[in-house]
Ligand binder design. Structure first.
Ligand SMILES: *Cc1c(COP(=O)(O)O)cnc(C)c1O
Length: 455
């Protein structure tokens, strides 16, 4: 007989994975390499190390080792807030009256309130090991900046955060959490960097974008001695660190002999989704198993479902290497009334390749539907979800309702990446009924894509 499944499945502390899983090693079609925008040639370790910490640059280029040891200091930090639980959503199942079994992996149980701490602590560790003074970064909604400022204060590193202006203004509390952890927070585009001044001139009054903030943070890193730039999403190194999510999920489900039928994750830059699905996608690319994997993105920033798979800049200022990815064009700025996070124009090259090879499906959802799902979930499961995570909730609910029609008891697993306590301006808009669902036209997307470099 199958074992009774508890509300929460926790691994024991000594069962937390001690290695990250690098799915690229098992992929037959590797993600395309990062290119130097000047020469059009693949970025070398030396070139990447000007911008990134050296060990992280090595991880970025590593497409051969399937397993990467997690240094002991990072393992110990993980023990402060991991393992995170896999929760059986019994109450949601009951509310939906579905035969489906719904599970979610909850990453909101730390002060930063999201999965981003998993990579922040790794990146701060490698920066410290290299003897750097500090790091610079961008943050959109603020979760990454918060996670990084926590990680930097743990290792006594200076932390400079360029925060997308609209979030800086809408989320003063996030900003103050970062400052409490000792970070310097600057609204982007700022007048402090060349690229910020240029963007402000070109787009007066702009509310900013992740792409702009990245350009500024890179310039700040390369113009100060002893600093490097770190990024909280999109890069393969980040996705590698986030595989702790998927490895824990798989180990927890294996204990109860639960095999997922459907795995769902929200997709901004693709790091939580990639981290959650990597061990499962690994089985798929090795031809061992099959799962339905669904990436969920906002209808207002639909890189997988409406973008093109081409080489593009990772940032608006065009200072970063070129990455081949599903993209809307590096100049794409989602409408300012888009409140739900996941604002990045491109997608992780690993997720992009898996999607292009048919291992992943993608769908996009409207933000009012996302907040309706968030509210429904909060009311029955207790957790107030981040808007980003709620994209996955929305599709998990839809899939569970389909099971109700067919009578199938599918196992649905989704990533609940974080909590939404700092997103109450967005919740307020939804509660007041003044949230709308702006979607870009085909012409807008085509115009933005036309700016992609010809490689
Ligand atoms: C940053 C963030 C995301 C999106 O980033 P990915 O790199 O796509 O994972 C999703 N959920 C939360 C809570 C986040 O903070």
């Amino acid at each position: 007989m199958a074992k009774e499944i508890p509300y929460k499945i926790y691994l024991k502390e000594d069962e937390i994975p001690k290695q990250w899983y690098n799915v690229r090693a098992d992929m037959k079609n590797k993600p395309a390499p990062l290119l130097n925008p000047g020469t059009g040639k693949p970025m070398t370790l030396e070139e990447l190390s000007v911008v990134f910490c050296e060990e992280l640059a090595k991880q970025e280029l590593n497409v051969t080792d399937p397993w990467v040891d997690i240094p002991e200091e990072i393992q110990n930090f993980y023990k402060m807030y991991r393992p995170s639980p896999v929760v059986r959503a019994y109450c949601l199942e009951k509310a939906l009256d579905t035969p489906a079994h719904i599970y979610y992996k909850f990453e909101g149980n730390n002060t930063s309130g999201s999965h981003k701490l998993n990579s922040a602590i790794a990146q701060a560790y490698y920066a410290k090991q290299q003897g750097l003074k500090g790091v610079t970064t961008e943050t959109g909604a603020g979760q990454w900046g918060t996670a990084l400022s926590m990680a930097c204060s743990y290792f006594d590193l200076d932390c400079q955060v360029y925060m997308v202006k609209v979030s800086y203004e809408q989320k003063p509390f996030r900003r103050e959490v970062m400052r409490t952890y000792g970070a310097k927070v600057t609204p982007s585009p700022s007048m402090e960097t060349n690229v910020g001044r240029k963007i402000n001139e070109e787009f007066p009054g702009t509310t900013g974008s992740l792409g702009c903030a990245i350009s500024e943070a890179v310039e700040a890193a390369t113009s100060q001695e002893g600093y490097r730039y770190v990024l909280g999403s999109v890069l393969s190194q980040v996705l590698l660190h986030q595989t702790i999510i998927g490895l824990e999920t798989k180990a927890a489900l294996d204990k109860y002999e639960v095999t997922p039928d459907i795995i769902i994750g929200c997709a901004g830059g693709g790091s939580n989704l990639g981290g959650l699905i990597s061990p499962f996608a690994g089985e798929m690319v090795r031809g061992e198993k099959n799962y339905r994997i669904i990436a969920v993105e906002p209808a207002s920033c639909p890189s997988l479902t409406r973008g093109s798979y081409v080489y593009d800049f990772c940032d608006t200022g065009k200072v970063c290497p070129l990455a081949k990815m599903y993209t809307l064009g590096s100049g794409y700025i989602p409408a300012p009334n888009h409140a739900g996070g996941l604002r990045y124009h491109g997608m992780s090259s690993i997720v992009s390749q898996l999607y292009d090879d048919g291992f992943i499906e993608a769908t996009s959802v409207k933000q009012t539907d996302v907040f309706a799902a968030a509210q429904q979930f909060a009311r029955v499961e207790g957790i107030l979800p981040a808007p980003e995570s709620s994209h996955a909730i929305k599709v998990a609910i839809d899939e569970a309702l389909k099971c109700k029609e067919t009578g199938e008891a599918k196992n649905i697993v989704f990533g609940l990446t974080g909590t939404g306590y700092f997103d109450m301006v967005a919740y307020q808009k939804y509660n007041d009924g003044v949230m709308d669902d702006y979607m870009p036209t085909d012409e807008e997307i085509a115009a933005s894509l036309a700016q992609c470099p010809k490689v």
